[in-house]
Design a protein around this ligand. Sequence first.
Ligand code: ZN
Length: 127
Amino acid sequence: MQEVELVRSLLERLREAFASDPRRKIVGVRVRLGIGCAAPERFRAAFERLAAGTPAEAARLELEIIPMTFRCTLCHHTFRSDEALGECPCCGALGGEVLGGEEFALVDVRLKSAEDAAVNSLNASRS
Ligand SMILES: [Zn+2]
């Protein structure tokens, strides 16, 4: 299953980047995901399942979902589609040359340090 492999590699990168400093907790992860690369809902489900016990277990996953862009091989029309194999709106051919929609990139990681958490709980107990 493609989604599980992608999530595993993402979590491994996060672990390598942040495990050396356990005071820092990952609170948000933003990923650009082309629908030709993985199904967003399955990617999210895999992330929620596999992030447990990693530095990203409390992270909120934000997905920038990129639709497919094709150039029709028959009529050369360029079109976007939410399907992994889109249908040309001009001639009805399926798919074509893929111009976009296979992206997979870690865009942004938001961190919360233990110091921040301590300050927040001090403020909370004071009020
Ligand atoms: Zn066409």
